[in-house]
Design a protein around this ligand. Structure first.
Ligand code: HEC
Length: 103
C-alpha cells in the first residue's frame, strides 16, 4: 500500500516535470525584462513588420521615433489604425531603437 502510494506520487511528479519542461520550450517569444517594448511590439506590430521590425512587404521600422509611431498607428495607407496606448508606443519606440544594426 505504502509503496504503491509512493509510485503514484513519483508518477505525478514526473508528469509535472514533463509539462513544466514543455511549457518552457513552447513558450511565446521570451520577453526581455530590460525591454518591455519587445513583447508589445511582438503582439501588435510583428505580424506585419516582422519579428525584427526589418519589414519585408512592410517598411523597415527599426529606430523610428515615437512621433513616427504615433502617426502610423492612426493608419497610413496600407497600415490599418491600431488601438494602442501611449505607454505601449513609448516602450515600442525604445525597443525599435534597440534594434538598429550597429554597423
Ligand atoms: C496589419 C499590418 C500592420 C500592422 C499590425 C502594423 N503595421 Fe505598420 N505598416 C504596415 C504597412 C503595410 C505599412 C506601409 C504603409 C504604407 O505606406 O502604405 C506600415 C507602415 C508603418 C510605419 C511607417 C513607416 C515609414 O517608413 O513610412 C510605421 C512607423 C509603422 N508602420 C509602425 C507600426 C507599429 C509601431 C505597429 C505596431 C503598433 C505597426 N506598424 C503595426 C502594416 C502594419
Amino acid at each position: 500500500m505504502l509503496i504503491e502510494g509512493a509510485n503514484v506520487i513519483r508518477r505525478a511528479v514526473r508528469v509535472i516535470l514533463v509539462f513544466g519542461a514543455f511549457n518552457v520550450a513552447g513558450a511565446e517569444p521570451v520577453s526581455d525584462d530590460h525591454n518591455p517594448g519587445q513583447k508589445t511590439f511582438l503582439q501588435y506590430c510583428a505580424p506585419c513588420h516582422g519579428k525584427d521590425a526589418s519589414g519585408g512587404s512592410t517598411p523597415d521600422i527599426r529606430g523610428l521615433s515615437k512621433e513616427d509611431l504615433v502617426m502610423a498607428v492612426q493608419g497610413v495607407d496600407q497600415m490599418p489604425s491600431i488601438d494602442i496606448t501611449d505607454d505601449d508606443l513609448d516602450s515600442i519606440s525604445v525597443y525599435l531603437l534597440s534594434l538598429i544594426p550597429n554597423d
